[in-house]
Design a protein around this ligand. Structure first.
Ligand SMILES: [Zn+2]
Ligand SMILES: [Zn+2]
Length: 253
């Protein structure tokens, strides 16, 4: 694992450690490209999410990373990204706002469906309702088609525990959509090492042989998770088991 594109900062209020400590750990791990992709702040809506940076903190986010980039430029290539949900109504304005603020790339992390505010469903809440999973898949596919996202983080984050055949069919739709757009899927190390409901074996069985490119994502919420040889080994074992086509680097859109 030589490049890492999914790392958080304390600005999201549920990650820990200084940004510089993340960078030092990345250098220690030998990464060439190290991208921060903290949770995007909620814009253009009344609800300010408690586990997100505020719109005002975005400036600090960009300036802090920019300073670190300059300071360590001879050792590592630091990039400024965001993990951004796709909310159809506000998407274009959000992306414009973030790009103008200096954000260089986006990864799709669809933690909520709907508009993330007044309606929708939390991807972490276990459900067996088919239309909830269909809504997640539809919204991800629409987001990916926007052309904004460099990859999809934890594509299997939606906690559907209902009919397995239905899950496979809908997952196939998401995977095929990503393949046709040439967008890699992330195998999430935080989920794997944290014993979360993802990575979901049922999902990755479907990825096998689909033609999808798969990239490891640390999803580090603390500096020590930026680089862990054991976690990477475990993920590589998982990838081997499901015959996933691992890639090392992605094109930042
Ligand atoms: Zn987080
Ligand atoms: Zn994340």
């Amino acid at each position: 694992m030589h490049n890492s594109y999914h790392n958080h900062t304390p600005l999201c209020h549920h990650a820990f450690g200084k940004e510089e400590s993340y960078v030092l750990k990345a250098i220690e791990g030998g990464y060439r490209v190290f991208g921060f992709a903290d949770h995007a702040p909620h814009l253009f809506r009344d609800l300010i999410h408690a586990s997100r940076m505020t719109p005002d903190e975005l400036k600090l986010y960009v300036s802090t990373i920019s300073e670190l980039r300059e300071k360590y430029k001879s050792e590592i290539d630091i990039r400024i990204g965001l993990e951004l949900e796709y909310y159809p109504k506000t998407h274009e304005s959000e992306v414009r706002f973030f790009r103008e603020a200096g954000v260089e790339y986006f990864i799709l992390g669809q933690h909520m469906t709907g508009d993330g505010c007044t309606y929708g469903f939390n991807s972490f809440a276990e459900t067996s309702k088919k239309d909830h999973y269909t809504a997640y898949v539809d919204q991800c596919l629409e987001g990916l088609a926007s052309g904004v996202y460099s990859y999809i983080a934890h594509p299997d984050v939606f906690y559907y525990s209902g009919d397995g055949d239905f899950y496979k069919k809908e997952s196939d739709r998401l995977i095929a959509g990503a393949v046709s757009l040439g967008i890699p899927l992330e195998l999430n190390l935080l989920g794997l090492s944290g014993g979360r409901h993802y990575p979901n074996p049922l999902f990755w069985e479907r990825v096998s042989g689909s033609g999808a490119k798969v990239i490891l994502g640390a999803d580090a919420h603390s500096p020590e998770r930026v680089y862990s040889r054991e976690e990477i080994k475990a993920a590589e074992g998982f990838a081997k088991k499901y015959r996933l086509e691992l890639i090392e680097s992605i094109e930042l859109k």
